[in-house]
Design a protein around this ligand. Structure first.
Ligand code: WT7
Length: 571
C-alpha cells in the first residue's frame, strides 16, 4: 500500500456511521420503507415510476434527461408513467403475459424506457440487448430465453435471424413506414391508439423481472435471472453508495444492455425519484465533459476505461468545462488504478469511489463509501447487510492478507435467482453457503478488499465481459480457421485486449489481409467488443488430452511466464 490513504469526504452523507449501521442493519427493516410492506404484493415499475407520478409534488419533475447527437428530450415521471402504461396495453393486446420474455434490441431513447417499464408493468421479464450485438449474439439470447416479443428499430432488424426464432411471435418496430409483414407491429401506430390507463400487475417479490446474458469461461452466454426483490438493494445502495439526495442530477454512463445500465442506470435513481441523465451514442472525452456540464450533473457513475481516457486527454480538454457542480464520482467494472484516483484528487478535487459487483450479484456489494477512507487500489468494504470473505476451494474462510476466492454469504436481496434453463450452472456458484465470484482477492487487517484478477478465463476488455469460448466458436466458423484459442492480454488502457491464437486450414497462407478478414468476421458476426485486437498464427494450439484448449498455457507463453503444470497436455 504505497499510495496515500485519502480521508473520508467531508459533508453530510446518507450513510454516516458505517460500523454502527452494519451492526444493527437488517434487510427486513429496509422493507418497511416500501408501501408494499403490508401486502407483500409489489411491482418495481410502480416503485420506480408510478409512485412519483401519483405524487402531486413529484409528477412534473424530470425523470429522464435524454440527449444524443440527434435528439434532446426531457421526460417527467408522469409522462413516463403514461407512456409505459400505453406500452403495457400494447403488449396485452398481443397476448403477452406475466413471465413471458420480452426483449429490447435498440439504442437508448425515451421509447426504450417506456417499453422497458411497460414490460415490467405486465409482470413480464425484460431482456435488454446491447445495440452492438450482431446476428450470432442476438440469436443465442433470443433462442435460449424463448423470447415471445422483440422490440427493435429498422437499423437493427437485419441482425435478427427471424427464420431461426420459432418462439418469437411479434416484433415491435420503432420507426417510420414500418414494413407490412405478418410478424411486425408498428410501435407509433399502436402507441397512438393505446390507452394511458393500465392497472399494473402486482407480483411477488420472488417473481422474475429481468434477464441479463453474461459470459463465463465455457459455453454460450448464460441468462442471469433477477427478481423484483432486487429493488430493496437498489434502493439501499442508491442512498448509501451513490449518496443520492432529492435534488441531485445523476448520470450513469452504462448501456442498459449491461447490468450496470439497469440496476444503476434505471432502478437506483428512479426508486429515489432522482433526475436521471441518459446520453445515447458513442462518447468522446468532450462529450463526457459536455454532458456533465450541460446537465449540471452532481453524481456520476462511470468506468475505469472512461476515466483513463479522460486522464490521457489532458488538462486542456478539462479546462474548457465547468464541472463545479459535480460532487460525487464512482467507478465500476474493472480495477480502478490508483493513478486515476490521484488524478481525480488533483484535476477535479474529487475522490473516485470504486465499487465491486457482478451481473450475478444484481447490485453493489463491496464499495468505497463517502464516509470512509479510500485506500487507493482497494475495492473497499462490504455494504451493511452483506458478509464478504475470502474462501478456499472448499468454501472455508482463510485469514487476512491471503489470496483466495472472493465470496459472499448467500442470499441477499438482489442476488440472481437462477440461470435460465441451466440449474446445474446456477448451483455451481455456491459452495458451503457462499456465492463464489470467480474473482481472486484478499482482505487486509482493516477489512478492505483488494482485487487480484479472475480465477477463470473470462476476459474483461474496457469493462466488458467476454467469454473466450464464444469468440473461439465464431473464429472456427471462418473457412480459414482450423483451431482457435483466445485469451485476455493485459493492456494499459483497456485493462485487457482479446488475443486469438489460430491454426489455418490447408490451402490458406498467413497474411495481414487474411487476419484482418478473420477479425472483421468476428466483429460483424458477434460484436465489435469481442473481435480480437491481436491474432497470431500457430502450427498447433495446446490442448488437454480430453480436448480442452489450454488457455492458461497460451497466456503464459504470451506473457513469457513459467508454464507450470503441463502434465495434461496432449502429445
Ligand atoms: C466482473 C463482473 C456489475 C459491474 C459491471 C461488470 C470485474 C467488476 C470491479 C472492480 C475490479 C471488477 C470482476 C467481476 N469487476 N467491478 N471494482 N474492480 N474488477 O459486471 O460484466 O458481470 O463483470 O467484472 O472481475 O467478476 P460483469
Amino acid at each position: 500500500m504505497d499510495m496515500q490513504v485519502i480521508p473520508a469526504r467531508e459533508g453530510n452523507h446518507n450513510l454516516h456511521d458505517y460500523e454502527k449501521t452494519r451492526e444493527s442493519f437488517s434487510w427486513e427493516d429496509m422493507k418497511k420503507d416500501f408501501s408494499w410492506n403490508e401486502t407483500g404484493k409489489v411491482n418495481i415499475a410502480y416503485e420506480a415510476i408510478d409512485r412519483h407520478a401519483k405524487n402531486p409534488k413529484k409528477k412534473d419533475k424530470v425523470a429522464l434527461a435524454y440527449s444524443s447527437p440527434e435528439r434532446e428530450e426531457k421526460v417527467t415521471f408522469e409522462t413516463l408513467s403514461k407512456e409505459s402504461n400505453k406500452f403495457a396495453n400494447v403488449l396485452k393486446k398481443y397476448n403477452t403475459n406475466k413471465g413471458d420474455r420480452v426483449f429490447l434490441f435498440m439504442s437508448r431513447s425515451p421509447e426504450f424506457y417506456a417499453a422497458f417499464f411497460g414490460i415490467l408493468k405486465i409482470g413480464a421479464i425484460a431482456g435488454p440487448l446491447f445495440e452492438a450485438f450482431m446476428e450470432q449474439a442476438v440469436r443465442d439470447r433470443l433462442q435460449d430465453s424463448e423470447a415471445k416479443i422483440l422490440i427493435t428499430t429498422p437499423e437493427l432488424i437485419d441482425r435478427v435471424p427471424q427464420d431461426e426464432l420459432p418462439n418469437l411471435e411479434k416484433i415491435i418496430i420503432i420507426g417510420n413506414n414500418v414494413e407490412n409483414k405478418e410478424r411486425y407491429i408498428d410501435y407509433y401506430q399502436e402507441m397512438d391508439a393505446a390507452s394511458e390507463e393500465f392497472s399494473i400487475e402486482w407480483v411477488d417479490l420472488e417473481d422474475g423481472m429481468l434477464l441479463h446474458y453474461t459470459s463465463g469461461s465455457t459455453g454460450k452466454p448464460k441468462g442471469v435471472y433477477h427478481v423484483h426483490n432486487a429493488m430493496i438493494q437498489h434502493y439501499a445502495t442508491a442512498q448509501w453508495v451513490l449518496d443520492l439526495k432529492e435534488d441531485d442530477v445523476y448520470w450513469c454512463t452504462a448501456d442498459p444492455g449491461w447490468v450496470t445500465g439497469t440496476s444503476y442506470g434505471i432502478f437506483a435513481p428512479w426508486l429515489l425519484g432522482v433526475t436521471n441523465v441518459v446520453r445515447g451514442g458513442r462518447f468522446t472525452p468532450d462529450d463526457w465533459y459536455q454532458t456533465l456540464e450541460e446537465n449540471k450533473v452532481t453524481v456520476w457513475y462511470t468506468a475505469p476505461t472512461a476515466l483513463r481516457r479522460l486522464v490521457s486527454c489532458g488538462q486542456e480538454v478539462l479546462d474548457k468545462y465547468d464541472l463545479s457542480q459535480l460532487r460525487h464520482l464512482l467507478s465500476v467494472g474493472e480495477p480502478l488504478n490508483p493513478e486515476v484516483i490521484t488524478w481525480g484528487m488533483k484535476a477535479l478535487n474529487l475522490r473516485i469511489h470504486d465499487t465491486w459487483w457482478m451481473t450475478e450479484t444484481g447490485a453493489q456489494l463491496i464499495v468505497n463509501l463517502p464516509s470512509l477512507e479510500i485506500h487507493p487500489g482497494s475495492m473497499g468494504k462490504p455494504i451493511p447487510g452483506i458478509e464478504a470473505s475470502i474462501v478456499d476451494n472448499e468454501g472455508n474462510e482463510i485469514p487476512p492478507n491471503q489470496m483466495g476466492n472472493l465470496a459472499i454469504k448467500a442470499p441477499w436481496p438482489a442476488m440472481m435467482r437462477k440461470i435460465w434453463n441451466n440449474q446445474s450452472k446456477y448451483e455451481s456458484y455456491f459452495i458451503n453457503g457462499w456465492y463464489v465470484s470467480g474473482d481472486s482477492a484478499y482482505k487486509d487487517e482493516d477489512g478492505y478488499f483488494w482485487f487480484q484478477g479472475r480465477l477463470d478465463d473470462v476476459i474483461n476488455t474496457s469493462g466488458e465481459r467476454v467469454g473466450p469460448f464464444e469468440v473461439e466458436s465464431k473464429l472456427l466458423e471462418h473457412p480459414a480457421v482450423a483451431e482457435a484459442g483466445v485469451i485476455g492480454k493485459p493492456d494499459p488502457v483497456r485493462g485487457e485486449i482479446i488475443k486469438a491464437f489460430i491454426t489455418l486450414n490447408a490451402g490458406y497462407e498467413n497474411s495481414e489481409e487474411l487476419l484482418e478478414d478473420i477479425r472483421k468476421f468476428v466483429k460483424t458476426g458477434l460484436s465489435a467488443h469481442a473481435a480480437p485486437r491481436e491474432m497470431e498464427v500457430k502450427d498447433s494450439i495446446p490442448k488437454t488430452r480430453s480436448g480442452k484448449i489450454m488457455r492458461r498455457l497460451l497466456k503464459s507463453w504470451e506473457l513469457g511466464l513459467p508454464t507450470g503444470d503441463t502434465s495434461t497436455l496432449e502429445e
